[in-house]
Ligand binder design. Structure first.
Ligand SMILES: NC(=O)c1ccc[n+]([C@@H]2O[C@H](COP(=O)([O-])OP(=O)(O)OC[C@H]3O[C@@H](n4cnc5c(N)ncnc54)[C@H](O)[C@@H]3O)[C@@H](O)[C@H]2O)c1
Length: 322
């Protein structure tokens, strides 16, 4: 297959592209390598992908429609749209970045998927669309009309935009609601990276909501596997589908930190703080739909996942003194 992966230099996009290339697909990658976090990390991921001859990379912003059209002209079978302004907290600081990439950029991908009759458009949504729910675990039918940050509002909008296009133009579209994806090559703005970094440097770690947060942590290989299963699914299906992509087990943040400490053989200097504006207290996914649909079976628990992240972090990142 010839697959377009937007956000290919990002955490999930990199892993997904690598796996798709290993399966012998042609991957066209697009990313603007913005500086929301260390662009060197994105370049390093990209250098690994560029070693494969079946990978073609284009550096541009998805808000530039002319450039998108040029890429769509390359007869693409499937679009995996992951490029977005990610991060919950930053959306309180800079909502404009979310408006541009997640709404304007998303629309450019959607309208060109229609124009170029793309057989399957798969895009990243988020567990944040659920806001703070009372009933757990959360399934795909739960209410998503109460986003508590602008990030979630943009992703909910993406789902609505996609659903309308799918109904109007009979497009096959899948929205994937990712739940806290973590693992090697992970994002520096996420808890695992920040905690590891600070504990190793003997710096304090800030623990919001007095440590009462709970998360459904999804290991990157499980996330990539779910996306691949959806790409290759043969089953007849409705045109627009939404899937929770998670581990299916919610863990206390305190337990997560204990495992990091154990792996690093260091004690964290913890500072307990109140709940932050825009923070969701608990995420816990019902993953029956994806399990039934494509026989998805998450296989990595947080003990193994954190160990793998720390091995990578020490080898690739910390050794450079960064
Ligand atoms: N990692 C998670 O836990 C998680 C959870 C829920 C949803 N998501 C979603 O999954 C997707 C991938 O997340 P990630 O963790 O890999 O994030 P990431 O920030 O590592 O990757 C996103 C990539 O997209 C690129 N990008 C951003 N805006 C762009 C634009 N306008 N034009 C071109 N490229 C642009 C960035 O440079 C980056 O490399 C995002 O849509 C994110 O919102 C991630």
């Amino acid at each position: 297959m010839k697959i377009l992966v937007t956000g290919c230099a990002g955490f999930i996009g990199f892993h997904l592209s690598k796996h798709l290339l290993e399966e012998n697909n042609n991957v066209i990658g697009v990313d603007n390598i913005n500086n929301y976090y260390d662009p060197n990390l994105k370049e390093k991921r990209l250098n690994i992908l560029k070693k494969n001859k079946k990978f073609k990379f284009y550096k541009f912003d998805i808000c530039n429609e002319d450039k998108i059209i040029k890429v769509f002209k390359k007869r693409i079978d499937c679009v995996i749209h992951l490029a977005a302004q990610a991060g919950v907290r930053y959306s309180l600081e800079n909502p404009d970045a979310y408006f541009q990439s997640n709404l304007k950029g998303f629309y450019n991908i959607l309208i060109n998927s229609k124009r170029f009759k793309i057989k399957h458009l798969i895009f990243a949504s988020t567990s944040s669309v659920y806001g703070n729910q009372k009933v757990m675990p959360i399934d795909e039918k739960s209410d998503i009309t109460n986003p508590i940050q602008f990030y979630a509002a943009t992703k909910t909008s993406n789902e609505l935009m996609a659903s309308s296009f799918s109904q109007l133009y009979q497009m096959k579209i899948s929205a994937l609601r990712f739940f806290t994806v973590y693992g090697p090559w992970g994002r520096p703005d996420m808890a695992l990276f920040k905690f590891t970094n600070n504990i190793l440097r003997k710096k304090q770690i800030d623990i919001y909501n007095f440590g009462k947060h709970k998360r459904d942590f999804t290991y990157i290989d499980d996330c990539v596997n779910a996306i691949k299963l959806i790409i290759h699914a043969k089953k007849k299906r409705k045109k627009f589908e939404v899937f929770n992509i998670a581990n299916g087990k919610s863990e206390k943040l305190e337990k997560y930190i204990k495992i990091i400490e154990r792996e690093l053989k260091l004690k964290a200097k913890k500072k307990y703080l109140p709940l932050q504006k825009g923070d969701i207290q608990t995420t816990s996914a019902n993953i029956n739909k994806i399990k039934k649909f494509v026989k998805y079976k998450p296989s990595v628990n947080i003990e193994t996942g954190i160990k793998k992240f720390i091995e990578w972090y020490k080898f690739y990142y910390y050794k450079n003194g960064k």
